[in-house]
Design a protein around this ligand. Structure first.
Ligand SMILES: *[C@@H]1O[C@H](CO)[C@@H](O)[C@H](O)[C@H]1NC(C)=O
Ligand SMILES: *[C@@H]1O[C@H](CO)[C@@H](O)[C@H](O)[C@H]1NC(C)=O
Length: 373
C-alpha cells in the first residue's frame, strides 16, 4: 500500500522518464564500447563528448567514437578557429560571434550551409585549425595514435645534394603535420558526401586552409656545443602560431574567387573562378591556396538567423576615416552612432619601492566610445 502512495506522489512526467532510461542505456552502451586503451572515466567522457557535440554528421560521429581522443583534440582545433575568426573579423559587420554560442561545433552554424565569402574563410580556417591542433598534440604526447613526426625530415643536404657547410641534423620532436592533415581530412571532409558543386567547393576550401598551414611550417633550431659554439645544430619542424595562419587565410579571403557561372551549370572537375567585380576577366583554375565562394554575401546589417547575422546595432565602432574597417560609417550601415561614456578602474600613478614592491593608485578611466544605433 505504502509503495503505491510513493509512486503516485513522485510520478515523473512520461517523457522525462523515457529520456532518463534512454540516457542510461546510452551511457551503458558507450561505456562498454571502443577504445579499451583509455582509462574508463576518459572513455565515458570522450564518448559523451561525441554524443553531446551538436551538428556532427553520422560519419563524423562514427569517427568520433572510433578515435575519441583525436576527436576531442579536433574539437579544440575548431574552438581555436572560432576564437581566431572572432579576432580576424572583430571590425567586420559579421564578426563570428554567433559561432560561439551555438555549440562547440562551428559546422552546426547556418552560415556553413551557405556559399558566402565568409563561409569559404570558415571552411579553410576550421580545417587548418584541426590539422594544427592535432599536429601539436601528437608532438606533445597527448594522443595514443601518433607521436613526433616519424619521418624526421632528414634533409641535412641542400637541394643540389651537397652536404651543408654548417652541419646540422633534424632531430628533436617535429610537430606531426602529416597526421594532423590526415585527421583533418578524415574528420571534416567526410561531411561533404554529396557529389555536388557546393560540397566540392567546401572540400576545396578545406584543402586551401591545410595547404596554407603546410606552407607556413617553421624550422626551429637549437645549438649544441661548448659555450654556444654551435658545433651541432638540431632542428625540427613546428607549426607556426595559429594567428599567423589565420592572417594568411584572411588575406586569401580578401582575394577569394567567385566560382564562374559556367561552372555552376556543368560542374567541371577542376574548379575555376574569377576575382569578384571583374566580370570580364577570364575564369581561371583556382590555385590550391585560393578560396572559392559562389553566393553574394548579405550586408549583415540587420539581425537574420538565416545567415547567422546578429546585426550591427550596439556594436562599438571607430570614429574617423570612413573607409577604414570598423569605421562607424561602414559598421553602422548608415544608421549613425551614439557616444556613450564608459568607465573602468585601472591601476595608475604606480611607484616602485626598493625592493621590491610596486604601489599603484586605482584610477577611474572614463572614455567616450561610439556605439552603432
Ligand atoms: C560581435 O557582434 C556581437 C553582436 O552584434 C556583439 O555582441 C559582440 O560584442 C561583437 N564582438 C566583438 C568582438 O566586437
Ligand atoms: C597621479 O599623481 C599626481 C600627483 O601625485 C596627481 O596629481 C594625479 O591626479 C594622479 N593621477 C591620477 C589619475 O590620480
Amino acid at each position: 500500500m505504502k509503495k503505491q502512495v510513493f509512486v503516485a506522489e513522485y510520478r515523473m512526467p512520461k517523457t522525462f522518464h523515457a529520456s532518463l532510461i534512454f540516457s542510461l542505456f546510452l551511457l551503458f552502451t558507450m561505456a562498454s564500447s571502443r577504445d579499451n586503451m583509455l582509462p574508463s572515466h576518459l572513455q565515458l567522457n570522450s564518448a559523451l563528448t561525441c554524443r553531446l557535440v551538436g551538428g556532427l554528421t553520422r560519419d563524423q560521429r562514427a569517427i568520433c567514437y572510433d578515435s575519441p581522443d583525436a576527436a576531442a583534440i579536433a574539437f579544440e582545433g575548431l574552438q581555436l578557429a572560432v576564437k581566431e575568426c572572432q579576432h580576424q573579423f572583430r571590425w567586420h559587420r559579421w564578426n563570428c560571434s554567433s559561432l560561439n554560442v551555438k555549440s562547440s561545433n562551428p559546422h552546426a552554424s547556418a552560415i556553413m550551409r551557405r556559399g558566402f565569402r565568409e563561409t569559404s574563410f570558415l571552411y579553410a580556417l576550421t580545417a587548418a585549425g584541426v590539422a594544427h591542433t592535432v599536429a601539436r598534440a601528437c608532438a606533445q604526447g597527448r594522443l595514443l595514435s601518433c607521436g613526433c613526426d616519424p619521418l624526421g625530415y632528414r634533409a641535412s643536404h641542400d637541394p643540389r645534394g651537397r652536404a651543408r657547410v654548417n652541419k646540422w641534423e633534424w632531430s628533436g620532436c617535429s610537430h606531426n603535420l602529416a597526421f594532423g592533415i590526415e585527421f583533418s581530412k578524415k574528420f571534416l571532409d567526410v561531411r561533404e558526401q554529396v557529389d555536388d558543386l557546393q560540397s566540392k567547393i567546401n572540400v576545396h576550401n578545406n584543402n586551401a586552409g591545410r595547404s596554407i598551414l603546410s606552407s607556413q611550417m617553421e624550422v626551429r633550431c637549437k645549438c649544441h656545443g661548448l659555450s654556444g659554439s654551435c658545433q651541432l645544430r638540431t632542428c625540427w619542424r613546428a607549426t607556426p602560431d595559429f594567428r599567423v595562419v589565420a592572417s594568411t587565410i584572411k588575406r586569401q579571403y580578401r582575394k577569394a574567387l567567385i566560382v564562374a557561372q559556367e561552372e555552376l551549370n556543368n560542374g567541371l572537375s577542376t574548379l575555376r573562378g574569377r576575382p569578384r567585380g571583374r566580370r570580364k576577366s577570364r575564369a581561371r583554375p583556382a590555385p590550391k591556396t585560393s578560396l572559392l565562394f559562389f553566393e553574394k554575401s548579405p550586408s549583415f546589417c540587420e539581425a537574420d538567423p538565416k545567415t547567422d547575422s546578429a546585426g550591427t546595432s550596439g556594436r562599438v565602432c571607430r570614429i574617423g576615416r570612413t573607409s577604414r574597417t570598423g569605421s562607424c560609417d561602414l559598421l553602422c550601415c548608415g544608421r549613425g552612432h551614439a557616444l556613450i561614456r564608459k568607465s573602468s578602474i585601472k591601476p595608475c600613478n604606480c611607484t616602485f619601492h626598493w625592493c621590491c614592491r610596486v604601489d599603484c593608485q586605482r584610477c577611474k578611466d572614463d572614455k567616450w566610445v561610439a556605439i552603432c544605433k
